[in-house]
Ligand binder design. Structure first.
Ligand SMILES: Nc1nc2c(ncn2[C@@H]2O[C@H](COP(=O)(O)OP(=O)(O)OP(=O)(O)O)[C@@H](O)[C@H]2O)c(=O)[nH]1
Ligand SMILES: [Mg+2]
Ligand SMILES: [Zn+2]
Length: 319
């Protein structure tokens, strides 16, 4: 047989991203691939030019590895400001997604509403439907119940799907599995809230590594270290992600922000100034709605917090 001269190209989907290597699922096999240099240049304002969920074209090397030569246009992406010293860059967590689940724990670690609002903004800007999972519901006590119920009321009231789950008692797992059916969903949240445990609980055989929260700090140990997409036996895919210390909103004009707070939308055209930032301007319909309680104070404070971080361009941890 003559040796093949033109290298074989395959279309596939990135199912795992670990630094400079990507696993690409194509034609039923998984090809470990690197990225062609020119993408590294074109993706200068992001931490990685290729992310999990990307549709790519791979050129097969004779040794069975691949080279990603093309990244197809994304339908959407979930992105945040990169952490640490690279905070001027955009960190795209995953692309081409149908749903974002924000996981919080009842306790260990404590819920972080500011984190929830930041992820919701990142999802709303691409019109990706989102929901809230309150995991470790087995740890709910009379003492923390009011906080948890207030969270559920707030986000359910805004129209977001809210689920209670426990991988210990099994509560909510059927509803969670059902919610994942036939879609590509991303599971995000702080470290230790139980993201990987939830996926292990709803899909047999995944065996994703999990680890206890530190007793000393009450924080997770950043057990999951890479983003990976898993197929589900009921149909659909779920993306597990490493726990995030913070979720900084990025790549947004301050004037756009209010549109991504869904309950602000009906008021936006009623402010006296069309470019109202709803902060200090007179005759602001948003502020008026906060005063009458139609918009919750917590959400308004979250809005101001994100607005300031966008204006200052500073690295911003959740409150
Ligand atoms: N009590 C209780 N513990 C849980 C529950 N779900 C997970 N855990 C525990 O929480 C700890 C952290 O779980 P992980 O699944 O590793 O958390 P993670 O969100 O994936 O953390 P990172 O990978 O670090 O982001 C483990 O000890 C789990 O056993 C739950 O519903 N109830
Ligand atoms: Mg994990
Ligand atoms: Zn206003």
């Amino acid at each position: 047989m003559p040796t093949q001269k033109t290298p074989q190209h395959l279309e596939g989907i990135v199912i795992r991203a670990t630094g400079s290597w990507f696993d690409v699922q194509a034609d039923g096999c998984v090809i470990p691939a690197r990225v062609r240099g020119k993408f590294r240049l074109s993706g200068l304002n992001t931490t990685s030019p290729v992310v999990v969920g990307d549709r790519v074209t791979v050129r097969l090397n004779p040794d069975g590895t691949g080279l990603i030569v093309k990244v197809h246009p994304r339908r959407n992406e979930l992105s945040r400001r990169a952490a640490g010293r690279r905070h001027s860059l955009r960190h795209v967590i995953a692309a081409n997604i149908d749903f974002v689940w924000i996981v919080q724990a009842v306790h260990l670690p404590e819920p972080n509403p500011g984190f929830i609002d930041r992820v919701l903004v990142a999802a709303e800007r691409y019109e990706i439907p989102a929901g809230l999972i309150i995991n470790k519901i087995d740890l709910m006590t009379e003492a923390n119940r009011p906080v948890i119920e207030a969270l559920e009321r707030l986000y359910a009231g805004l129209g977001y799907q809210v689920l209670r789950t426990s991988t210990v008692t099994g509560e909510g797992l059927d509803a969670f599995r059902e919610a994942l059916r036939s879609k590509t969903s991303v599971v995000t949240g702080p470290s230790g809230v139980g993201k990987s445990s939830l996926l292990n609980a709803i899909e047999p055989g995944l065996n994703i590594r999990t680890a206890p929260v530190s007793e000393k700090t009450g924080k997770g140990r950043h057990t999951t270290t890479y983003v990976a997409l898993y197929p589900l036996s009921i149909g659909g895919f779920v993306v597990d992600t490493p726990g995030l210390r913070e979720f900084g909103v990025t790549d947004l004009e301050p004037a756009e922000l209010s549109h991504y707070f869904v309950e602000f939308r009906p008021y936006l055209t009623a402010c006296r100034f069309p470019d109202c930032t709803h902060e200090h301007e007179p005759d602001c319909a948003v502020k008026a709605a906060v005063e009458t309680g139609e918009i919750s104070e917590e959400r308004y404070l979250s809005y101001l917090n994100i607005l300031h971080s966008l204006k200052s361009g500073e690295k911003n941890a959740g409150p």
